[in-house]
Design a protein around this ligand. Structure first.
Ligand code: UT7
Length: 369
């Protein structure tokens, strides 16, 4: 497919569709407290989370990804059925970013593409744990800049309920399942929706802070059967918390500096929804009013690679994001990995809400009190 360029420079990736999807089942803090030694007040005051959505048994990451992907294509005015009618593919590549692929092999994206009627297009997964969506944006932007793709569907999807031990109160309270997706097209760097000025980083010396020990080649080379703990998601929450705040703030600052933006130029800060206290600490560190921090962690918990696109879809559906608004996206996750990027919000139809997972929020402190 020819790539649109208006100048000699490489085309920019321009956001032209967004959507989110979460499984219908809502699990409240009180419900968790029935089976875990925890309570609603502890969870709310430590994390800002009131409830999360959990996939039903048998529902896999690709199932969530397909729902979000379909809605994002529709939001972008693209129709996969066009391919079947002999037209061109609505996108040239599908990227799924996830920590919970359907299987260790193959990647989840080809099956997602096929189920979306996009069989034949490039399809692959990107893994950067909770930073996956920002890494995915950079990857998609690279495909577009190089002319390999003119349109890319990027889906962040995770079903943490499949890797978190339901008896582990430290993690079971934080994570939720969900998917969020964006469509990117080739365009100009100065048009609304253009994505740019990335900052990406990693520190693998801390890989042990967030880990599923078994299931990969390291685990399979170990002697004996993996223990219950090794088969499940493990996180040293306290240390991760401190890294999250410092790395996210540093990444956000580096990105603003490279673009020549001042903190005050940011209309909306859209961070990975790890924990409301982390989001507020990063906003405070940057000198950004907390009201500019987009948050839906109260309603969906930490949804891993889905969290930023879900937050974008939520805020777009509530018309919090207005055309021309300037956004700073910042993520942090296992690896360790982190990343940020900037974009100016485009004119889009409000994304469809399939259910109403999104209770009102802008980030006052009431959730934490
Ligand atoms: O998305 C990828 C990145 N992830 C993150 O950014 C998550 C970062 N970490 C966090 O959000 C927080 O560290 C947690 C929410 C995971 C934990 O909050 P915390 O304030 O750091 O708690 P803590 O781990 O320091 O634990 C404090 C106490 C401990 O009890 P003692 O040792 O002081 O008696 C824990 O056993 O709270 C206890 N505790 C709980 N109590 C009630 C831990 N989990 C729970 C719970 N309910 N669910």
């Amino acid at each position: 497919m020819p790539v649109h360029t208006s100048s000699t420079s490489a085309p920019a990736a321009v956001l032209c569709g967004v959507a989110g999807w979460v499984p219908p089942r809502v699990v409240t803090n009180d419900e968790l407290a029935e089976r875990l030694d925890t309570d609603d007040t502890w969870i709310r005051t430590r994390t800002g989370i009131r409830c999360r959505h959990i996939a039903k048994p048998g529902q896999a990451t690709s199932d969530l990804a397909v729902e979000a992907g379909r809605l994002a294509l529709r939001n972008a005015g693209l129709d996969p059925a066009e391919t079947n009618r002999g037209g061109t593919d609505p996108v040239d590549a599908v990227i799924v970013t996830t920590t919970t692929p359907d299987r260790p092999c193959p990647a989840t994206a080809p099956a997602v593409a096929a189920r979306l009627g996009l069989n034949g297009v490039a399809a692959f997964d990107v893994g950067a744990v909770c930073t996956g969506f920002v890494y995915g944006l950079a990857t998609a932007a690279g495909l577009i800049a190089s002319g390999v793709a003119a349109r890319v569907l990027l889906i962040g999807a995770d079903t943490y309920s499949t890797i978190v031990d339901p008896l582990d109160r430290a993690n079971a309270i934080i994570f939720g399942d969900g998917a969020g997706a964006v469509v990117l097209r080739a365009g100009d760097e100065d048009e609304p929706g253009a994505i740019g000025h990335f900052d990406l980083g990693s520190d693998g010396t801390h890989e042990d802070l967030i880990m599923v020990a078994a299931g990969g080649s390291r685990g399979r080379s170990a002697e004996g059967e993996p223990t219950r703990a090794e088969r499940h998601f493990a996180m040293r929450g306290n240390e991760v918390y401190r890294h999250a705040v410092t790395r996210m703030a540093a990444s956000a600052r580096a990105t603003l500096t490279s673009a020549g933006w001042k903190t005050d130029d940011v209309d909306h800060f859209v961070p990975h929804q790890a924990n409301l206290r982390i989001l507020h600490s990063v906003a405070d560190d940057l000198g950004l009013p907390r009201e500019r921090c987009v948050a839906n962690v109260d309603a969906v918990g930490n949804t891993g690679a889905a969290s930023i696109p879900l937050a974008l879809a939520d805020a777009a559906a509530r018309r919090v994001l207005r055309p021309g608004d300037r956004l700073l996206l910042t993520a942090f996750g296992g690896g360790l990995t982190w990343g940020s990027c900037l974009l100016t919000w485009p004119e889009l139809p409000p994304p469809i809400r399939t259910h109403d997972p999104f209770v009102p929020h802008h980030t006052g402190d009431d959730t934490l009190s």
